[in-house]
Each structure stands twice: as structure tokens, then as C-alpha cells.
Design a protein around this ligand. Structure first.
Ligand code: ADP
Length: 406
């Protein structure tokens, strides 16, 4: 079965077609500037040059129309007819407490996701627009929703309840949800394959370190804690997000600078993190270059980032009473040799010993711990699209998916 994977943002859209008979990526692409001047689609058939087409796209339906045309293009396409696409897998950010696993999209599911919009006002609406457009343009093709929050629904209440009056949870759903679930689940499953140990027998810490970053504690295949919370702002220091801060800072900052709520939000989400500390960039490559040249704020930003990752690793080892393996994934986790080195430095008493030679690797699966390290350190490039396509195929073919290990 060929599966089309759609990941819709507010003005951009990523897609892939995978042949799931052998899990081969056939083509992928990106639509940018939807509903703006200069809408553009970049499409790449595996093994063939990319093409880029600047063409007006008024809305998500228009954008999906161009995606479907690219997929069927005589030269760059991968199908002759859309009937060859057996199903569409949609990335959806927030399913609240409603869904703990991926599922077939029905009218009831759409209604439930609309109800979650309040929890993810920036993400769920474009996700839903993508679903609606596909349903209109590909009538009869089954659609599956794969939710970022689903994997974390196994967290016990002591991990997800905030110590604020309980009514805020009951009335408004204010609790920790966690994000990046599809990535954490994918790398956990890969770690189990690489170590050749059943997930049920593993305690894992998965570090998704990209522009957005989160850590999860995964015991026997179930997420028991994760660093992002009610929104993706909580937890690690990120490219531009603050991560954990004393909540009193928000009020104080607003008073000091006479900021309205929107501006304060923008500061915490877009102007903080390593960008905020360094004043240079959210990109770790820029920070490392600056740090190398002696820029102290870039050096500090990198240290603060690493400090927080180490903080969560320590916490999750305590929560799980041990850990068999720590996984590094996403842009920084997969590529930043120096950052992995700082994170793993001097943790020998916890059984964590990085092999500095094996650590000299980027973007491919590798065990990077020393042979005598009790905790295995593993680099695993994430592949959320493949996970979405797997769930989609399994659900459409009626296979019960393992995601929710209650
Ligand atoms: P997201 O999907 O959240 O946008 P990614 O997982 O793609 O993020 O990660 C992007 C980040 O990865 C960039 O900000 C950059 O800092 C980091 N990155 C990518 N390549 C390297 C590299 N070679 N060295 C250090 N950092 C890198």
C-alpha cells in the first residue's frame, strides 16, 4: 500500500509518499507561503532532481491540490492515478485526553479534534484544514490521524497533574500533555530493535533535541514522563523557547516592561531559549562557531541548554530507578557531536560513559557509548513520517497497533 503523509502548518505543509510494502520513501515535498504572495511547492522524487514551482495557492485546499498534481506528475510523480494511494496519514498535534493512539478519522474524531483546538490554537486548525482538503479532493480514501500527544497519555497522574487548584484541570483541561510523541515512540521502537531487547524489558530516556526539544522517560514501552507540558513551552531550553521558568517571572517581566500578554507570549516562545541567552542565533551551528571564537554568551547558552538536558536525564533515571539506554535524536541530537559530549560528560557514576571516538558520527544510527557503559547511548535519526505511515497502514489494514500499552 502507498501512503500519503500530510503535516499541515498554518502557512506551510510537508508531505511524503511511502510505499509501505517495503517502507520506501518515493517522494517528499514542502509547500510554503500558503495564502500569501509567492506560494511555492518544492517536490522531490527519490533519486531525481527537485522541482520548485512558484504558483498562487490561496488556501490549504489549493495547496493539497498542487501536492496531488505533483504526486501524479508524469516526470516527477510516483503514481498514475490517486487510486494508487491506499490511505492518507495526517499528523495532528493535539488530541487532548481524548485519544491515546492513532485512529481512523471519522466525523466524530473531527468533532473531538475541533474541541481540542482551544488547547492548540496555532496547530490544530491547520491540521484540520489539511484533513478537510484531503477528504474533499480524495473522497473515499481512508484518512488516519496520528497525534503528537497520544504517546504521552500513558503518563501517570503524578507526572501530569500541576500543583494548582484541581478545578483548573477538571474545568479547563490544564495538565501536562507532552508533544513530539510520534518521534519519541519511533526512536524507542528503533532502540529496542537495535539493542535486540523487547521494549517491555527496557527503561529508555529519549532526547528529541531539535529546534523544539523534549525528553521522555519510557518504561516498558509506556511513556511515564516527558518534559513538555500543557504546551510545548515547558521543559528543556530550546532554540527560541524558554523551557521551565519560575511562573512568577511572567507577571514580573510584564510589569517591568509594561508588556501585554501577546508580547510576553511572543518573548517566551520566539525570543528566548538559546537565542535569548546568546543574542546571536537559535541555530546551534552558529552558536558553536561563536563560542569557538570566544563569545561568552554563546558559550553560556550552550552550557545552559546542556545543563537542562542533564537535569532531566538525572530526574528520569530516578523516576525509573535506572535506565538501559539514552537515545539522541532530531537536529541537535543527531548532528551535534560537541553537545552530546557536554551532555554525557562526567556521568560515570550513573553508568553513562560516552565513547568520544564512536561519538564522531552524524545523522545515522549508531551506538556511541563505551563497551563498559552500563547505559547504552544511541544515536537514532527520527522518522515521524514513517511512524505515521506505519500506523496508517496498520489501521487501514485492521492491524491492532501497539502504541497504547495499557
Ligand atoms: P525542528 O524540526 O524542531 O525545526 P530539527 O530537528 O530540524 O528542528 O533541528 C534543527 C536544529 O538542529 C537547528 O536549529 C540546528 O541548531 C541543529 N543542527 C542541525 N545540524 C546541526 C549540526 N551539524 N551541528 C549542530 N546543530 C545542528
Amino acid at each position: 500500500m502507498k501512503v500519503l503523509v500530510i503535516n499541515c502548518g498554518s502557512s506551510s505543509l510537508k508531505y511524503q509518499v511511502l510505499d509501505m510494502t517495503n517502507e520506501v520513501l518515493e517522494c517528499k515535498g514542502l509547500v510554503e507561503r500558503i495564502g500569501m504572495d509567492g506560494s511555492v511547492i518544492t517536490h522531490e522524487k527519490t533519486g531525481i532532481d527537485k522541482f520548485r514551482d512558484v504558483t498562487p495557492m490561496a488556501d490549504h485546499k489549493d495547496a493539497i491540490g498542487h501536492v496531488l498534481a505533483a504526486i501524479q506528475d508524469p516526470e516527477h510523480g510516483v503514481v498514475k492515478d490517486m487510486k494508487e494511494i491506499g490511505a492518507v496519514g495526517h499528523r495532528v498535534v493535539h488530541a487532548g485526553e481524548k485519544y491515546a493512539k492513532s485512529l481512523l478519522i471519522t466525523d466524530d474524531v473531527i468533532k473531538a479534534l475541533e474541541e481540542c483546538t482551544q488547547l492548540a490554537p496555532l496547530h490544530n486548525p491547520p491540521n484540520l484544514l489539511g484533513i478537510a482538503a484531503c477528504q474533499e479532493l480524495m473522497p473515499g480514501t481512508p484518512m488516519v490521524g496520528v497525534f503528537d500527544t497520544a504517546f504521552h497519555q500513558t503518563m501517570p497522574p503524578e507526572s501530569y497533574i500541576y500543583a494548582i487548584p484541581y478545578e483548573f484541570y477538571q474545568k479547563h483541561g490544564i495538565r501536562r500533555y507532552g508533544f513530539h510523541g510520534t518521534s519519541h515512540r519511533y526512536v524507542a521502537e528503533r532502540a529496542s530493535d537495535i539493542l535486540n531487547v523487547n521494549l517491555d524489558d527496557l527503561k529508555l530516556i529519549t532526547c528529541h533535541l531539535g529546534n523544539g526539544a523534549s525528553v521522555s522517560a519510557i518504561k516498558r514501552g509506556r511513556c511515564i514522563d516527558t518534559s513538555m507540558g500543557f504546551t510545548p513551552l515547558e521543559g528543556l531550553v530550546m532554540g527560541t523557547r524558554s523551557g521551565d521558568i519560575d511562573p512568577a517571572i511572567v507577571t514580573y517581566m510584564r510589569e517591568c516592561e509594561n508588556l501585554d500578554q501577546g508580547v510576553a507570549n511572543e518573548i517566551l516562545n520566539k525570543k528566548s531559549g538559546v537565542l535569548g541567552i546568546s543574542g546571536i542565533s537559535s541555530d546551534f551551528r552558529d552558536l558553536e562557531a561563536a563560542a569557538e571564537e570566544g563569545n561568552e554568551r554563546a558559550q553560556l547558552a550552550l552550557k545552559v541548554f546542556a545543563h537542562k538536558v542533564r537535569f532531566y536525564i538525572g530526574a528520569y533515571i530516578a523516576e525509573m530507578n535506572g535506565c538501559d539506554a539514552i537515545v539522541f535524536t532530531a537536529g541537535v541530537g543527531e548532528n551535534d557531536i560537541g553537545m552530546r559530549d557536554i551532555i554525557c560528560n562526567d556521568l560515570g557514576n550513573l553508568g553513562i560513559k560516552l565513547d568520544v571516538v564512536k561519538n564522531r558520527v552524524r545523522g545515522k544510527e549508531a551506538i556511541i557509548s563505551r563497551d563498559d557503559s552500563a547505559v547504552k547511548l544511541i544515536l537514532i535519526p527520527t522518522n515521524e513520517e514513517l511512524m505515521i505511515a506505519r500506523d496508517t497502514k496498520d489501521i487501514v489494514e485492521g492491524v491492532k497497533i501497539k502504541q497504547n500499552r495499557y
